[in-house]
Design a protein around this ligand. Structure first.
Ligand code: VGL
Ligand code: ZN
Length: 234
């Protein structure tokens, strides 16, 4: 087995005190994530960034009232895949966050980025959101379709490096961490979420629901000091 560490969206806009979509205690996971980044058992270390254009469909302010309340309203969006334009999904609306090139999109300085092998920027197509680093919200994974949303084909990068197993950390546990871990499992990697290295938009009920979805998708929950990580080859 060969393991990769995925550090998802630990960006200023997802962290207190100034993030526009700040997640409770979001910044507090940095020491745990740094000790994982320093672990010699990972072959590949990936950092992802939510990276939206100003006109992104998930921003509440880009929709007319009254159905444009951040955290509450949902709007229909269309599948960007050719021939599937009639398929729609309800998109969650958020405050403006992680606009590409702004300070809010920066990975927080507490994270030691010296060992990062690959940066994944996702959510770049204004018309569709991308919580998973492997797929858009419609589940499209074909690079010819999601190539406008993401800068790199993460599945191929990991596979080309012989990776069999991924450990997912970061923000938010109930959104991008969950969807990335499920995307990894669907892409046939053994997939783990490191529970003490994530925080959630909705820490109580949101995380309980997310854990059920993760388990149902074949993702296991582990701890940073647990045997799955301490047992990685040194
Ligand atoms: C995320 C909400 C909106 C995340 C991204 O990184 O979990 N959540 N965009
Ligand atoms: Zn986003």
């Amino acid at each position: 087995m060969k393991a990769a560490l995925l550090v998802v969206d630990i960006q200023e806009d997802f962290c207190p005190p100034n993030g526009t979509l700040a997640i409770q205690e979001g910044r507090s996971i940095a020491p745990t994530v740094n000790s994982l980044l320093a672990h010699p058992g990972f072959t590949i270390r990936v950092a992802t960034q939510d990276y939206h254009p100003e006109n992104h469909i998930s921003f509440a302010s880009n929709h007319p009232p009254p159905n444009n309340r951040p955290f509450e309203s949902k709007v229909p969006v269309h599948n960007p895949a050719p021939g599937k334009e009639n398929e729609t999904k309800l998109q969650d609306l958020w405050p403006v966050h992680c606009v590409g090139g702004t300070k809010g999109a920066d990975i927080i300085p507490e994270i030691d980025q010296s060992n990062i092998d690959l940066y994944v920027k996702k959510g770049m197509n204004p018309e569709v959101d991308m919580y998973s680093a492997f797929a858009d919200v419609f589940g499209n994974v074909d690079p010819t379709i999601i190539g406008q949303s993401v800068n790199v084909d993460l599945r191929s990068f990991l596979a080309n490096n012989g990776i069999t197993t991924v450990f997912v950390t970061g923000l938010a546990g109930d959104y991008c961490v969950k969807h990335t871990a499920i995307g990894a499992a669907k892409a046939a990697f053994t997939s783990y979420v490191v529970e003490d290295a994530t925080r959630c938009v909705a820490p109580g009920s949101g995380w309980e629901e997310a854990k059920q979805e993760l388990r149902a998708a074949g993702v296991s929950l582990v701890r940073s000091d647990g045997p799955e990580i301490s047992g990685l080859a040194m």
